[in-house]
Design a protein around this ligand. Structure first.
Ligand code: GLU
Length: 482
């Protein structure tokens, strides 16, 4: 059997973190088994679905590195198939026309509420006589199609994540609507979600349905539809929800929900994919947490996916992101940083300054947690002139600093192409010449070069500034300050 799994997003919003995590699990499962990963866009809700969301979802999945083998298929282009299935249910006597008006349904719910009962459709039109039906038709009522759900049924499946599952027919809310009311001339209206999913998963030979646990009740309904339509029932696996710090479902209120939000915050796709696989899954070696998608695919099994909700942990995501940034080759990292620097208003030419920018990238990469940190981490390295912070100013004003910096200025004139080695030699030479401690020279230099006493590696920073001739300008400024 070839494993065939799918991700079935509804394009009613940008790629959601929950959908992306479901995609990760499906992708890993498909790749682990040498199977197929399929994309199906569930866009039958014409009011809420939008092309731009479809585009966002597809580009988001690509950005995360999840290539697909088939699709994207669009449910909106497959409506005929769903109509046929509704007709089959009607022909088999497994579905019927329900003529209840919204007002009648509302009254029914009110009455149930008054009796302290859970709201459900009470199947009142299941056994209408032909005369009753005719009467309703004459009144001009438009029926929905309801699929018969036997209250006494027990629906069972062996969930690949949650184990044995049992659902009572009576807990499914009564006979379920599978097609809306018709427009003029139609025998019935637009087929609905659960039916379309079953038709598609059958037609696309889906072997495993891996999706969020919010779909558990749908699974029970869908199993009944598979039986009714004669489709082969796939294996089901319901993954835990992603929870916020308070243990509630991660939502818009938590500030981020879409993959774009994370991208904008400076997370790279490799770390997002890595973090999402850990939202519920633990590797066989539970101490290992850094994986590419390909590496994880070798190890991924559903029995290592947790049942309990997966708490979203910002610290861990930050840590994972930093690991990727610290290890990323400058050639790959630089293009990701450039827009942040441009936005910060730093002046550079990405073409002619490329070598310099690559060195700067290498220098700051070690202290980045998110891409956006590059703005702060490199603030002191861009530009000819600088402003001094309190500590930087304090250092510059100390006795003996001016002499040290003048000595440095004198020495750099001898090194038009100063390397890190040369820089170290200059520091040594000045230390000796001025009979001061090396630390004093370093501190004075840092203050003179950057206006602060803290920042990235001093020697490397100096070399970078030297390439631009900015070390000279800045030191001269520092000296003249006294
Ligand atoms: N369209 C559904 C959703 O976005 C997916 C349902 C499924 O995977 O079967 O939640």
């Amino acid at each position: 059997m070839t494993v065939r799994v799918r991700i079935a997003p509804s394009p009613t919003g940008n790629l959601h973190i929950g959908t992306a995590r479901t995609a990760v699990f499906n992708w890993l499962y498909a790749r682990h088994h040498g199977g197929k990963f399929i994309i199906r866009v569930e866009d039958t809700d014409t009011e809420r679905s939008r092309d731009e969301y479809t585009q966002n979802i597809l580009t988001g999945l690509e950005w995360l590195g999840m290539n697909w083998d088939e699709g994207p298929f669009f449910q909106s282009q497959r409506l005929d198939l769903y109509r046929q299935a509704v007709q089959t249910l009607l022909d088999k006597g497994l579905a019927y026309r329900c003529y209840c008006t919204p007002e009648e349904l509302e009254q029914m719910r009110e009455a149930q509420k008054a009796r302290n009962e859970a709201p459900r459709y009470d199947n009142r039109h299941r056994d209408l006589t032909p005369e009753q039906r005719e009467e309703y038709e004459k009144q001009g009522r438009k029926p929905v199609i309801r699929f018969i759900i036997d209250d006494d049924r027990q629906i069972r499946w062996d969930d690949q994540i949650r184990g044995k599952m049992v659902w009572k027919g009576s807990d499914l809310g009564g006979d379920m609507v599978v097609a809306r009311t018709p427009e003029e001339d139609e025998p019935f209206g637009q087929p609905l979600y659960n039916l379309a999913v079953v038709v598609d998963d059958t037609d696309m030979n889906i072997t495993h349905v891996i999706r969020g646990e919010d779909h558990i009740a749908n699974t029970a309904k869908q199993i009944l539809l598979y039986e009714a339509l004669g489709g082969e029932i796939p294996q089901f696996a319901h993954s835990p929800l992603i929870l916020n710090k308070e243990g509630r479902k991660l939502s818009k209120r938590d500030g981020v929900t879409s993959v774009d939000d994370f991208k904008a915050k400076g997370f790279v796709p490799e770390s997002m994919a890595n973090y999402m696989m850990l939202l519920g899954w633990t590797a066989p070696d539970s101490t290992q947490e850094i994986f590419t998608l390909e590496e994880a695919a070798k190890l991924f099994t559903l029995d290592r996916v947790n049942k309990a909700g997966a708490k979203f942990d910002w610290d861990k995501l930050d840590w994972i992101n930093s690991q990727y940034l610290h290890n990323m080759p400058p050639e790959k990292l630089l293009p990701l940083l450039i827009s942040y620097w441009q936005e910060a208003g730093y002046e550079f030419d990405s073409e002619s300054d490329r070598e310099w920018l690559l060195e700067l990238t290498e220098l700051v990469s070690h202290s980045l947690t998110r891409l956006s940190d590059c703005v702060e981490e490199s603030r002191l390295l861009f530009g000819e002139s600088i402003t001094f912070n309190e500590k930087g100013k304090g250092q510059i004003e100390q006795e003996g600093v001016k002499e040290v910096l003048e000595a440095v200025l004198g020495a750099i004139a001898d090194y038009p192409k100063m390397t890190a080695e040369d820089a170290k030699a200059i520091i040594k030479q000045v230390t000796k010449e001025k009979k001061v401690k090396k630390g004093f020279v370093m501190k004075s230099l840092r203050a003179g070069l950057t206006g602060a006493l803290q920042g990235p590696d001093l020697i490397q920073s100096w070399v970078l500034l030297h390439r631009k001739g900015w070390d000279k300008t800045r030191l001269q400024l520092a000296v003249s300050k006294k």
